[in-house]
Design a protein around this ligand. Structure first.
Ligand code: PAF
Length: 282
């Protein structure tokens, strides 16, 4: 596996691979890789001839009070995992290299309205930052396919919209959520949980499953089920941010005839903000 930290040499390699007719895959990450990332690598590895993984902690998607400076950076162990997973190239640029400091400004991209709801309400500008970074990576790597995790379901839809809006011929693969044995969705931020919080954290997924079961049984008002879930999480020690039922296709509020749904939740546990979701059909 080759490791590069700047755009020009990367583009030389990409141009060579393209001229050889290789199908290019990309898995964008912020590093500190866990099984969730590795499952995305395997998903993309299966479909691509040449696979690039990026590791870049993107400052544009962190708010001023968020964890940008303390976000874990583990490039050496990440590289070892990626090498083992048969990744062809690790792209790990600095902020200046990524955003071409001193040259014409990188195109700022808006996530559109879908970036303003749910997580976008408490993290203003977050999805614009994600869209800008991913758009830049797409422009540099020119992948035929790219894989993103469904744990960040709103982000996945932001990326799908970006690709449609910009008319990019990139196949976006959504990887299913990797979970710990007790159901907690894998996330880099789980590291921040102390022992007590870690023991409570799986309640978030349990509550999503319980609410989905009640909605599918059709016996109660959706609003009541969602409210009850928020109360249960609060009692368990969370500070819920939202617990919502949406249409899986576009995250708008479902009507009675919608069948493909997603429950999405975000909640603080101590200082750590956890998110999770559950896709289901009626
Ligand atoms: O999901 C992430 O790790 C990041 O949001 C992404 C897609 C790599 C963009 O910085």
């Amino acid at each position: 596996m080759q490791t590069l930290d700047s755009v020009e040499p990367l583009q030389t390699v990409i141009a060579r691979w393209k001229s050889q007719g290789h199908k290019m895959g990309l898995v964008p990450t912020m590093g500190d890789l866990h099984e969730g990332h590795l499952s995305l690598v395997r998903l993309a590895r299966e479909k691509a001839d040449r696979l690039v993984v990026s590791v870049f902690v993107n400052p544009l998607q962190f708010g001023p009070d968020e964890d940008f400076t303390r976000y874990p950076r583990q490039l050496e162990s990440d590289a070892a995992l990626l090498e083992k997973a048969q990744v062809d190239l690790l792209f790990a640029p600095s902020v200046d290299a990524m955003y071409a400091k001193g040259r014409p400004a990188v195109q700022q991209v808006s996530a559109g309205e879908i970036g303003d709801i749910l997580c976008g309400l408490s993290r203003p500008g977050h999805f614009d930052g994600v869209a800008t970074a991913v758009n830049r990576l797409f422009a540099v790597v020119q992948p035929d396919l790219a894989a993103f995790g469904q744990k960040d379901y709103q982000q996945l839809l932001v990326i799908r919209r970006l690709v449609a809006e910009q008319g990019l011929a990139i196949d976006i693969l959504g990887g299913s959520i990797a979970r710990e044995a007790d159901g907690l969705a894998m996330s880099t931020r789980n590291r921040y949980l102390d022992e007590k919080a870690r023991a409570v954290a799986p309640r978030l997924f349990e509550e999503l499953r319980a609410a989905a079961a009640l909605i599918r049984s059709g016996t109660q008002e959706h609003a009541r089920i969602l409210q009850r879930s928020i109360e249960n999480l609060t009692t368990a020690g969370f500070r819920p941010n939202y617990f919502e039922l949406r249409r899986a296709v576009d995250l708008t509020v479902p009507s009675k005839k919608d069948r493909e749904l997603v429950l999405l939740a975000a909640a603080h546990l101590g200082e750590t903000r956890l998110i999770d979701n559950l896709l289901f059909s009626l």
